[in-house]
Design a protein around this ligand. Structure first.
Ligand code: PLP
Length: 318
């Protein structure tokens, strides 16, 4: 009965998949970013540190960063970022009704983009989020002046993925003595994007997660198999499926690049070869299978790959 209760509590994640998180790699990534940019860093640990664990990530790099970014204040509270690191957090998005007292109590600063929000959160030292093209959670050009005044803002930022957006930030919020930041991972190599701080997310996490499971079945195929009638000479079964967030794509078995042939609700077929057997490791991410490679196959971003794959199984920190 006890065992069953434990199982219930992990529905959604597959208990058969493990995400091993290399915090030393995250630290090495942070050091490399600092060396490259020579600029103070605000580490983005939103969405539970892109699936790697916001609390653990924050502790691992606290001494290397100026502060952290979360999406919602609730994430900073849950991961107890202030208690763990004594570093401030900036919440990038809306907050489901948190008030100024909540921000002060938890040492989180809000982002503001309307006059009402800026005025309501003024005491919590809000930063103005400037719209340079995202058109969400950000302040349009004609209201910047009023928002800065209402919030007594001393900091302005934008979500920039291009130098053009950095230029728009400078045009709209520069030369006023405000602290400015714009660059996420994609602009770290651009000196003119660095401003007063850089705000990387994915660049901290690349290569830090190893997601793996094991074959629970392996056989030579008799013909078309699965729902889709895929044809492969041999296939194996792993215990994770789309209910856990898995998608069709590459994997690695016994040091050989292979693929996930079909994804079911809670199990999937993978292509195997002679010599593979039950119990052999199937790597979904890591060991040379990079976020970028999976992202190309999935036709999506490294961010989605990492967050999805890291979220499939249980996390361990060796
Ligand atoms: C997520 C996010 C980042 C980090 O983006 P990466 O591409 O992961 O480096 C930076 N700034 C804002 C506002 C974000 O929402």
């Amino acid at each position: 009965m006890n065992g069953l209760r434990k199982l219930k509590s992990v529905m959604g994640r597959s208990i058969h998949v493990t995400t091993r998180i290399d915090l030393a790699r995250v630290r090495a990534n942070a050091i490399a970013i600092s060396r490259l940019t020579q600029t103070p860093m605000i580490a983005v640990i939103k969405a539970d540190g892109y699936g790697l664990g916001a609390a653990e990530i924050a502790e691992a790099i606290a001494d290397l960063v100026e502060g952290f970014c979360v999406f919602s204040i609730a994430e900073a509270i849950e991961a107890q970022i202030w208690r763990r690191t004594a570093k401030p957090c900036l919440a990038l998005g809306p907050d489901a009704g948190a008030g100024v007292d909540d921000y002060l109590k938890h040492h989180v600063r809000p982002s503001v983009w309307t006059v009402e929000r800026a005025a309501a959160l003024r005491q919590a030292a809000p930063a103005v989020s400037v719209d340079t093209g995202m058109q969400r959670f950000s302040c349009p050009a004609e209201q910047i002046e009023a928002v800065i005044a209402a919030g007594a803002c001393t900091e302005a930022f934008t979500h920039a993925t291009t130098l053009q957006r950095v230029a728009i930030l400078l045009d709209r919020a520069g030369n006023r003595g405000l602290k400015l930041h714009a660059a996420g991972s994609s602009l770290l190599a651009e000196p003119t994007a660095r401003l007063d701080a850089v705000r990387p997310g994915i660049a901290l996490y690349r290569g830090a997660a190893r997601v793996f499971t094991h074959l629970v079945d392996e056989r030579g195929a008799l013909g078309p198999a699965g729902y889709s009638g895929f044809v492969a000479e041999r296939h194996g079964i792993i215990l994770a499926g789309y209910s856990n967030g898995l998608r069709k794509g590459p994997c690695s078995i016994n040091g050989r690049r292979s693929k996930i042939l079909e994804v079911g609700m809670q199990s999937s077929y993978v292509q195997t070869a002679d010599g593979d057997g039950i119990g052999d490791e199937v790597i979904l991410l890591g060991d040379g299978l990079s976020e970028a490679e999976v992202a190309r196959e999935w036709n999506t971003s490294e961010h989605e790959v990492l967050t999805r794959l890291a979220g499939i199984g249980r996390r361990i920190y060796p």
